[in-house]
Design a protein around this ligand. Structure first.
Ligand code: NDP
Ligand code: 13P
Length: 334
């Protein structure tokens, strides 16, 4: 294994900023490089050592020349590439990057989404479009909100990889006083679980926005974990315990948290905002919005019963009114 520990973070949002904090607070020897598309944010970071747009309380102590808008240069410096751009914009971010640029590197996806048009989770997309072997691919998953990392609240992260030794090595680069790590070999289940929980969090927010209470939400989420299990068991049938933190834990934190972008987005939709106005209001990305459209396409092949995802799809993409859709869904829950 290449243990140089030169890590490039690709993306400039909340999770990228929180990931830099964990990596910097971890004491293993390493170098950290950071790419983001926003030149003003790079200039601000170099001068003032804070991301002006996301989690600005975190102090970023990287050398100035380690932060850049030149993605090819930043990727060229590192042997670990930590992808942290919302899935909807990943292809755009990697436009100038070729398979040759990524050859031999370890790619870590902290993204919880599906690549639009390709309708692929990140590991599949990188494997098919950039020849990344699964034993060079890792998934960094929750349950973990960037905001709580900023506050150094105890959090658990799951690292999944086709190579358990590699997963353990990367875990050793992000463990801190407030970050515990769990290692898994379930790349597909971890990725799909994270994609689906975002859609269920949107559903949870919509229900809250139209006036359902905690009693209904508990039933919704208990049905959501069964729906999630049905789907991952069809897409990648292995022996997994859906109650583990990477699956149930991630669903719970996103569906219930005040910090969840997906729940907040759903709540606004339930309250009558249009998709565009909710997105403008948030200034952050709700992956569940993009994911539900991709999932709707992907599930034409698998035909798994997914009434919660279908209700969210109908509201967001067919412009159906939330109240009757959720009433209809409620009739199917148990
Ligand atoms: N936040 C969290 O707690 C967690 C997030 N994740 C995952 O991390 C990934 C990144 O999300 P997160 O950091 O939360 O994102 P944020 O919502 O905090 O930030 C949005 C990011 O998306 C970029 N962006 C927005 N619009 C565009 C566009 N049109 N083209 C290109 N880039 C764009 C922004 O760049 P710019 O600032 O230049 O506009 C910014 O980097 C997602 O897959 C998310 O699911 C996973 C675990 C936890
Ligand atoms: O993935 C997350 C927590 O594990 C963050 O989810 P939100 O995008 O809903 O904030």
């Amino acid at each position: 294994m290449d243990t140089q520990n030169k890590i490039a973070i690709i993306g400039g949002g909340s999770w990228a900023t929180a990931n830099i904090k964990m990596l910097a607070d971890n004491t293993a020897e390493k170098q950290i490089f950071w790419w983001m598309r926003n030149a003003d944010a790079v200039a601000h970071l170099r001068e003032f050592k804070h991301n002006p747009n996301y989690l600005s309380s975190i102090e970023i102590k990287l050398p100035k020349h380690h932060i850049s808008t030149d993605i090819k240069h930043i990727i060229g410096e590192a042997n670990f590439i930590l992808l942290n751009v919302p899935a909807a914009f990943l292809k755009e971010a990697l436009t100038d990057i070729t398979a040759e640029d990524l050859k031999g590197k370890y790619i870590v996806s902290a993204i919880k989404g599906i690549v639009p048009d390709e309708n692929q989770i990140i590991g599949e997309f990188l494997n098919q479009h950039y020849n990344i072997p699964f034993d060079h691919f890792l998934v960094l998953s929750g349950p973990c909100h960037a905001e709580e990392v900023a506050l150094e609240k105890l959090s658990y992260l799951t690292i999944a990889s086709g190579d358990p030794e590699l997963a353990a090595h990367f875990a050793g680069l992000i463990n801190t006083r407030y970050i515990q790590t769990i290692v898994s070999d379930d790349i597909y289940g971890t990725e799909w679980g994270a994609v689906l929980k975002n859609i269920y969090a949107v559903a949870s927010g919509i229900c809250h926005g139209i006036g359902y209470g905690d009693n209904f939400q508990a039933v919704l989420i208990s049905n959501a974990i069964r729906e999630l299990e049905r789907f991952v068991d069809v897409v990648h049938p292995i022996d997994r315990d859906i109650k583990e933190s990477a699956y149930l834990g991630d669903l719970l934190v996103t569906a219930y948290s005040q910090f969840s972008r997906n729940r907040t987005f759903g709540n606004m939709i339930g309250k009558g905002y249009t998709v565009t106005s909710a997105q403008l209001e948030m200034n952050m990305i709700a992956e569940g919005y993009y994911a539900v459209n991709c999932l709707h396409q992907v599930n034409k092949q698998y035909k798994v019963a997914m009434p919660i995802c279908e209700a969210v799809y109908a509201i967001l993409y067919k412009k159906k009114a939330p109240v009757p859709q959720m009433q209809h869904l409620a009739g199917q829950l148990s």
